[in-house]
Write a protein that binds this ligand. Sequence first.
Ligand code: 5GP
Ligand code: MN
Length: 348
Amino acid sequence: MLSKKFGTEPVHKFGRLISESSRIVLTCHVRPDGDAIGSTLGFAHLLRSLGKEATVVTPDLPPRTLLFLPGCKDIVAYSRYPEFAAKLVGEADLIICCDFNRLSRLDAMEPVVAAALCPKVLIDHHQDPGNFADVTFSCPEMSSASELVFRIICEMRMYQDLDLDAATCLTTGLITDTRNFSVNCSDPEIYQVLIKLLEKGVDKPRIVRLALELKSLDCLRLQVYALDRKLEIFERHHAAIMTLDKSDLEQFNYQRGDTEGLVNIPLSVDGIVYSFFLREDDDCIKVSARSINSFPVSSICEELYGGGGHRMAAGGEFHGTLEECRRLLVDNMDRYDEWIRPNSSGHI
Ligand code: 5GP
Ligand code: MN
Protein backbone atom coordinates (compact mmCIF):
# COMPACT_ATOMS: atom_id res chain seq x y z
CA MET A 1 0.00 0.00 0.00
CA LEU A 2 1.22 3.48 -0.86
CA SER A 3 0.98 6.02 1.97
CA LYS A 4 -1.33 8.97 1.37
CA LYS A 5 0.58 12.12 0.42
CA PHE A 6 -2.20 14.66 -0.06
CA GLY A 7 -5.08 15.93 2.03
CA THR A 8 -8.56 14.76 1.09
CA GLU A 9 -9.60 18.33 0.23
CA PRO A 10 -7.24 18.98 -2.72
CA VAL A 11 -7.83 15.45 -4.04
CA HIS A 12 -11.61 15.89 -3.87
CA LYS A 13 -11.44 19.37 -5.36
CA PHE A 14 -9.33 18.13 -8.25
CA GLY A 15 -11.69 15.17 -8.78
CA ARG A 16 -14.62 17.57 -8.89
CA LEU A 17 -12.85 19.87 -11.37
CA ILE A 18 -12.19 16.88 -13.63
CA SER A 19 -15.76 15.62 -13.49
CA GLU A 20 -17.11 19.11 -14.26
CA SER A 21 -14.80 19.54 -17.29
CA SER A 22 -15.05 18.13 -20.76
CA ARG A 23 -12.13 19.89 -22.48
CA ILE A 24 -8.89 19.57 -20.53
CA VAL A 25 -5.47 20.94 -21.53
CA LEU A 26 -2.28 19.59 -19.96
CA THR A 27 0.93 21.55 -20.20
CA CYS A 28 4.56 21.43 -19.05
CA HIS A 29 7.78 23.44 -19.10
CA VAL A 30 9.70 24.67 -22.16
CA ARG A 31 12.32 22.26 -23.58
CA PRO A 32 10.32 19.35 -22.18
CA ASP A 33 12.11 16.28 -20.83
CA GLY A 34 10.88 12.74 -20.19
CA ASP A 35 9.11 13.70 -16.98
CA ALA A 36 7.40 16.77 -18.46
CA ILE A 37 6.06 14.74 -21.40
CA GLY A 38 5.53 11.54 -19.41
CA SER A 39 3.43 13.23 -16.71
CA THR A 40 1.23 15.26 -19.07
CA LEU A 41 0.73 12.50 -21.66
CA GLY A 42 0.21 9.87 -18.95
CA PHE A 43 -2.52 11.93 -17.31
CA ALA A 44 -4.03 12.74 -20.72
CA HIS A 45 -4.42 9.02 -21.48
CA LEU A 46 -6.21 8.48 -18.17
CA LEU A 47 -8.53 11.44 -18.79
CA ARG A 48 -9.36 10.14 -22.27
CA SER A 49 -10.26 6.76 -20.83
CA LEU A 50 -12.72 8.68 -18.61
CA GLY A 51 -14.29 10.17 -21.75
CA LYS A 52 -12.63 13.59 -21.56
CA GLU A 53 -11.24 15.53 -24.49
CA ALA A 54 -7.67 15.85 -23.20
CA THR A 55 -4.92 17.58 -25.19
CA VAL A 56 -1.27 18.09 -24.31
CA VAL A 57 -0.15 21.59 -25.33
CA THR A 58 3.56 22.28 -24.82
CA PRO A 59 5.56 25.51 -25.25
CA ASP A 60 7.86 23.80 -27.77
CA LEU A 61 8.33 20.38 -29.38
CA PRO A 62 9.37 17.31 -27.41
CA PRO A 63 12.78 15.85 -28.32
CA ARG A 64 12.87 13.06 -30.91
CA THR A 65 13.92 10.56 -28.25
CA LEU A 66 10.42 10.73 -26.76
CA LEU A 67 8.51 10.15 -30.01
CA PHE A 68 8.04 6.49 -29.07
CA LEU A 69 5.63 7.49 -26.31
CA PRO A 70 2.01 6.71 -27.16
CA GLY A 71 0.26 9.94 -28.14
CA CYS A 72 3.47 11.98 -28.45
CA LYS A 73 2.78 12.82 -32.09
CA ASP A 74 -0.57 14.38 -31.12
CA ILE A 75 1.06 16.94 -28.83
CA VAL A 76 0.36 20.52 -29.94
CA ALA A 77 3.50 22.67 -29.63
CA TYR A 78 2.84 26.40 -29.22
CA SER A 79 6.11 27.18 -31.03
CA ARG A 80 4.80 25.40 -34.13
CA TYR A 81 1.05 26.08 -34.00
CA PRO A 82 0.65 29.23 -31.86
CA GLU A 83 -2.93 30.01 -32.92
CA PHE A 84 -4.24 26.48 -32.54
CA ALA A 85 -2.45 26.07 -29.20
CA ALA A 86 -3.88 29.38 -27.94
CA LYS A 87 -7.37 28.32 -29.08
CA LEU A 88 -7.11 25.02 -27.20
CA VAL A 89 -5.92 26.80 -24.04
CA GLY A 90 -8.56 29.53 -24.38
CA GLU A 91 -11.41 27.03 -24.81
CA ALA A 92 -10.30 24.63 -22.06
CA ASP A 93 -12.51 23.98 -19.02
CA LEU A 94 -9.46 22.99 -16.96
CA ILE A 95 -5.68 23.38 -17.34
CA ILE A 96 -3.35 20.91 -15.63
CA CYS A 97 0.23 22.16 -15.28
CA CYS A 98 2.85 19.45 -14.74
CA ASP A 99 6.55 19.54 -13.83
CA PHE A 100 7.09 23.30 -13.41
CA ASN A 101 6.67 25.74 -10.53
CA ARG A 102 6.24 29.15 -12.20
CA LEU A 103 4.31 30.26 -15.27
CA SER A 104 7.52 31.86 -16.57
CA ARG A 105 8.72 28.29 -17.30
CA LEU A 106 6.15 28.28 -20.13
CA ASP A 107 8.35 30.80 -21.95
CA ALA A 108 6.45 32.44 -24.86
CA MET A 109 3.28 30.54 -23.92
CA GLU A 110 3.13 32.16 -20.46
CA PRO A 111 0.69 34.99 -21.35
CA VAL A 112 -1.67 32.55 -23.08
CA VAL A 113 -2.01 30.33 -20.01
CA ALA A 114 -2.00 33.30 -17.60
CA ALA A 115 -4.95 34.82 -19.50
CA ALA A 116 -7.03 31.62 -19.44
CA LEU A 117 -10.04 32.06 -17.17
CA CYS A 118 -10.68 28.38 -16.40
CA PRO A 119 -9.40 26.70 -13.20
CA LYS A 120 -5.77 25.56 -13.13
CA VAL A 121 -4.18 22.70 -11.23
CA LEU A 122 -0.45 22.51 -10.55
CA ILE A 123 1.30 19.15 -10.13
CA ASP A 124 4.99 19.66 -9.48
CA HIS A 125 8.11 18.54 -7.63
CA HIS A 126 10.26 21.70 -7.83
CA GLN A 127 10.90 24.01 -4.87
CA ASP A 128 8.97 27.27 -4.32
CA PRO A 129 5.74 26.74 -6.24
CA GLY A 130 4.04 29.93 -7.44
CA ASN A 131 0.42 30.42 -6.39
CA PHE A 132 -1.22 30.73 -9.79
CA ALA A 133 -3.29 27.54 -9.50
CA ASP A 134 -6.67 26.80 -7.90
CA VAL A 135 -5.33 23.48 -6.61
CA THR A 136 -1.61 22.88 -6.02
CA PHE A 137 0.08 19.53 -5.52
CA SER A 138 3.69 20.43 -4.74
CA CYS A 139 6.06 17.75 -3.43
CA PRO A 140 9.75 18.68 -3.87
CA GLU A 141 10.77 15.45 -2.15
CA MET A 142 9.22 13.36 -4.90
CA SER A 143 11.28 11.82 -7.69
CA SER A 144 9.22 13.18 -10.55
CA ALA A 145 6.00 14.86 -11.57
CA SER A 146 5.08 11.47 -13.05
CA GLU A 147 5.28 9.86 -9.59
CA LEU A 148 3.03 12.65 -8.30
CA VAL A 149 0.52 12.11 -11.10
CA PHE A 150 0.48 8.38 -10.36
CA ARG A 151 -0.11 8.96 -6.65
CA ILE A 152 -2.87 11.50 -7.32
CA ILE A 153 -4.56 9.00 -9.67
CA CYS A 154 -4.37 6.33 -6.92
CA GLU A 155 -5.71 8.72 -4.28
CA MET A 156 -8.59 9.60 -6.64
CA ARG A 157 -9.25 5.82 -6.80
CA MET A 158 -8.65 5.71 -10.54
CA TYR A 159 -5.82 3.14 -10.65
CA GLN A 160 -8.16 0.70 -12.37
CA ASP A 161 -8.71 3.25 -15.18
CA LEU A 162 -4.98 3.55 -15.91
CA ASP A 163 -4.19 1.73 -19.16
CA LEU A 164 -0.89 0.51 -20.59
CA ASP A 165 -0.33 3.71 -22.62
CA ALA A 166 -0.76 5.89 -19.52
CA ALA A 167 1.46 3.59 -17.45
CA THR A 168 4.16 3.64 -20.16
CA CYS A 169 4.25 7.46 -20.16
CA LEU A 170 4.36 7.73 -16.36
CA THR A 171 7.07 5.07 -16.08
CA THR A 172 9.13 7.03 -18.62
CA GLY A 173 8.95 10.13 -16.39
CA LEU A 174 10.09 8.08 -13.41
CA ILE A 175 12.93 6.50 -15.35
CA THR A 176 14.24 9.73 -16.89
CA ASP A 177 14.08 11.87 -13.72
CA THR A 178 15.77 9.13 -11.65
CA ARG A 179 18.15 8.14 -14.46
CA ASN A 180 16.82 4.62 -14.27
CA PHE A 181 16.65 4.64 -10.49
CA SER A 182 20.15 5.88 -9.78
CA VAL A 183 19.27 9.34 -8.34
CA ASN A 184 16.22 10.66 -6.39
CA CYS A 185 15.27 7.10 -5.57
CA SER A 186 15.93 6.66 -1.85
CA ASP A 187 12.26 6.59 -0.88
CA PRO A 188 11.37 2.87 -0.73
CA GLU A 189 7.83 3.67 -1.89
CA ILE A 190 9.07 4.66 -5.34
CA TYR A 191 9.64 0.95 -5.98
CA GLN A 192 6.05 0.23 -5.01
CA VAL A 193 4.99 2.86 -7.53
CA LEU A 194 7.16 1.12 -10.12
CA ILE A 195 5.67 -2.29 -9.30
CA LYS A 196 2.14 -0.95 -9.72
CA LEU A 197 3.09 0.53 -13.10
CA LEU A 198 4.82 -2.68 -14.24
CA GLU A 199 1.66 -4.58 -13.30
CA LYS A 200 -0.05 -2.69 -16.14
CA GLY A 201 2.29 -4.47 -18.55
CA VAL A 202 4.93 -1.75 -19.02
CA ASP A 203 8.07 -2.82 -20.93
CA LYS A 204 10.73 -1.16 -18.77
CA PRO A 205 13.84 -2.33 -20.68
CA ARG A 206 12.34 -0.85 -23.87
CA ILE A 207 11.77 2.53 -22.17
CA VAL A 208 15.30 2.58 -20.74
CA ARG A 209 16.71 1.84 -24.18
CA LEU A 210 14.57 4.36 -26.07
CA ALA A 211 14.42 7.22 -23.57
CA LEU A 212 17.91 7.05 -22.07
CA GLU A 213 20.30 5.11 -24.26
CA LEU A 214 19.44 5.24 -27.96
CA LYS A 215 21.36 7.93 -29.85
CA SER A 216 22.08 8.88 -33.43
CA LEU A 217 25.71 8.48 -34.47
CA ASP A 218 25.97 12.30 -34.78
CA CYS A 219 24.68 12.65 -31.23
CA LEU A 220 27.14 10.10 -29.88
CA ARG A 221 30.01 11.84 -31.67
CA LEU A 222 28.89 15.26 -30.40
CA GLN A 223 28.95 13.96 -26.83
CA VAL A 224 32.36 12.32 -27.27
CA TYR A 225 33.68 15.55 -28.82
CA ALA A 226 32.32 17.62 -25.93
CA LEU A 227 33.96 15.35 -23.35
CA ASP A 228 37.22 15.15 -25.24
CA ARG A 229 37.64 18.77 -26.34
CA LYS A 230 35.26 20.97 -24.40
CA LEU A 231 35.52 19.74 -20.83
CA GLU A 232 37.37 21.84 -18.27
CA ILE A 233 38.15 20.46 -14.84
CA PHE A 234 38.62 22.86 -11.93
CA GLU A 235 40.27 20.47 -9.52
CA ARG A 236 40.59 22.90 -6.61
CA HIS A 237 36.86 23.64 -6.80
CA HIS A 238 35.78 20.03 -7.51
CA ALA A 239 33.98 21.40 -10.55
CA ALA A 240 33.60 20.66 -14.25
CA ILE A 241 32.37 22.92 -17.04
CA MET A 242 31.54 21.87 -20.57
CA THR A 243 30.57 24.34 -23.30
CA LEU A 244 29.25 23.85 -26.81
CA ASP A 245 28.91 26.79 -29.18
CA LYS A 246 26.80 27.08 -32.33
CA SER A 247 29.57 25.88 -34.64
CA ASP A 248 30.20 22.78 -32.49
CA LEU A 249 26.50 21.97 -32.64
CA GLU A 250 26.28 22.54 -36.39
CA GLN A 251 29.31 20.34 -37.01
CA PHE A 252 27.38 17.38 -35.58
CA ASN A 253 23.93 18.26 -37.03
CA TYR A 254 22.61 18.98 -33.55
CA GLN A 255 18.96 18.11 -32.91
CA ARG A 256 17.06 18.98 -29.76
CA GLY A 257 17.71 16.35 -27.11
CA ASP A 258 21.18 15.43 -28.41
CA THR A 259 22.97 16.78 -25.32
CA GLU A 260 20.55 15.14 -22.86
CA GLY A 261 22.48 13.35 -20.12
CA LEU A 262 25.84 14.86 -21.12
CA VAL A 263 26.08 17.07 -18.02
CA ASN A 264 26.04 13.97 -15.76
CA ILE A 265 29.12 12.33 -17.25
CA PRO A 266 31.84 14.47 -15.59
CA LEU A 267 30.38 13.46 -12.21
CA SER A 268 31.74 9.98 -12.82
CA VAL A 269 35.25 11.38 -12.25
CA ASP A 270 36.36 10.86 -8.65
CA GLY A 271 36.50 14.22 -6.86
CA ILE A 272 34.10 16.08 -9.16
CA VAL A 273 31.18 17.33 -7.08
CA TYR A 274 29.40 19.57 -9.56
CA SER A 275 29.15 19.80 -13.30
CA PHE A 276 27.85 22.58 -15.56
CA PHE A 277 27.01 22.30 -19.23
CA LEU A 278 26.56 25.54 -21.22
CA ARG A 279 25.03 25.37 -24.70
CA GLU A 280 24.67 28.22 -27.18
CA ASP A 281 21.02 28.11 -28.30
CA ASP A 282 19.33 30.56 -30.72
CA ASP A 283 17.70 32.65 -28.00
CA CYS A 284 20.02 32.20 -25.00
CA ILE A 285 22.80 30.20 -23.42
CA LYS A 286 21.12 27.17 -21.90
CA VAL A 287 22.64 26.23 -18.56
CA SER A 288 22.36 22.72 -17.14
CA ALA A 289 23.86 21.63 -13.82
CA ARG A 290 24.16 18.42 -11.79
CA SER A 291 25.90 17.56 -8.53
CA ILE A 292 26.47 14.90 -5.89
CA ASN A 293 26.69 15.03 -2.06
CA SER A 294 23.77 17.49 -1.85
CA PHE A 295 25.86 20.31 -3.33
CA PRO A 296 23.22 22.96 -4.17
CA VAL A 297 23.59 23.68 -7.89
CA SER A 298 20.03 25.06 -7.83
CA SER A 299 21.29 27.99 -5.72
CA ILE A 300 24.03 28.73 -8.25
CA CYS A 301 21.58 28.54 -11.16
CA GLU A 302 19.21 30.85 -9.32
CA GLU A 303 21.89 33.34 -8.31
CA LEU A 304 23.85 33.53 -11.57
CA TYR A 305 21.32 32.61 -14.23
CA GLY A 306 17.86 33.43 -12.84
CA GLY A 307 16.99 29.74 -12.98
CA GLY A 308 16.40 26.97 -10.45
CA GLY A 309 15.27 23.38 -10.31
CA HIS A 310 16.27 20.75 -7.78
CA ARG A 311 19.19 20.93 -5.35
CA MET A 312 21.29 18.47 -7.40
CA ALA A 313 19.74 18.94 -10.87
CA ALA A 314 19.06 22.48 -12.00
CA GLY A 315 19.23 24.84 -14.93
CA GLY A 316 18.89 28.39 -16.14
CA GLU A 317 19.25 30.73 -19.08
CA PHE A 318 21.87 33.37 -19.71
CA HIS A 319 21.52 36.28 -22.09
CA GLY A 320 24.98 37.21 -23.36
CA THR A 321 27.86 35.34 -24.95
CA LEU A 322 28.89 31.78 -24.14
CA GLU A 323 32.21 33.06 -22.80
CA GLU A 324 30.48 35.61 -20.52
CA CYS A 325 28.28 32.83 -19.20
CA ARG A 326 31.28 30.60 -18.50
CA ARG A 327 33.28 33.49 -17.00
CA LEU A 328 30.50 34.33 -14.57
CA LEU A 329 30.60 30.81 -13.19
CA VAL A 330 34.40 30.58 -13.05
CA ASP A 331 34.66 33.97 -11.31
CA ASN A 332 32.27 32.83 -8.59
CA MET A 333 33.67 29.35 -7.94
CA ASP A 334 35.72 30.50 -4.91
CA ARG A 335 32.49 31.41 -3.14
CA TYR A 336 31.03 27.94 -3.63
CA ASP A 337 34.01 26.06 -2.15
CA GLU A 338 32.42 26.19 1.30
CA TRP A 339 29.54 24.00 0.04
CA ILE A 340 31.91 21.16 -0.85
CA ARG A 341 31.49 18.60 1.90
CA PRO A 342 32.64 15.02 2.22
CA ASN A 343 29.77 12.52 2.06
CA SER A 344 28.90 10.21 4.97
CA SER A 345 31.75 7.85 4.15
CA GLY A 346 34.25 10.71 4.35
CA HIS A 347 34.72 11.00 0.59
CA ILE A 348 34.51 14.20 -1.41
P1 5GP B 1 17.90 20.27 -17.35
O1 5GP B 1 19.32 20.48 -16.98
O2 5GP B 1 17.59 18.82 -17.55
O3 5GP B 1 17.42 21.15 -18.45
O4 5GP B 1 17.06 20.71 -16.07
C1 5GP B 1 17.32 20.20 -14.79
C2 5GP B 1 16.25 20.70 -13.84
O5 5GP B 1 16.31 22.12 -13.72
C3 5GP B 1 14.82 20.38 -14.26
O6 5GP B 1 14.08 20.07 -13.12
C4 5GP B 1 14.33 21.67 -14.87
O7 5GP B 1 12.95 21.81 -14.71
C5 5GP B 1 15.10 22.73 -14.11
N1 5GP B 1 15.44 23.85 -15.02
C6 5GP B 1 16.10 23.78 -16.18
N2 5GP B 1 16.22 25.00 -16.75
C7 5GP B 1 15.61 25.86 -15.92
C8 5GP B 1 15.37 27.29 -15.96
O8 5GP B 1 15.76 27.99 -16.90
N3 5GP B 1 14.68 27.82 -14.92
C9 5GP B 1 14.24 27.06 -13.87
N4 5GP B 1 13.57 27.66 -12.89
N5 5GP B 1 14.43 25.73 -13.82
C10 5GP B 1 15.10 25.14 -14.80
MN1 MN C 1 10.58 16.51 -13.40
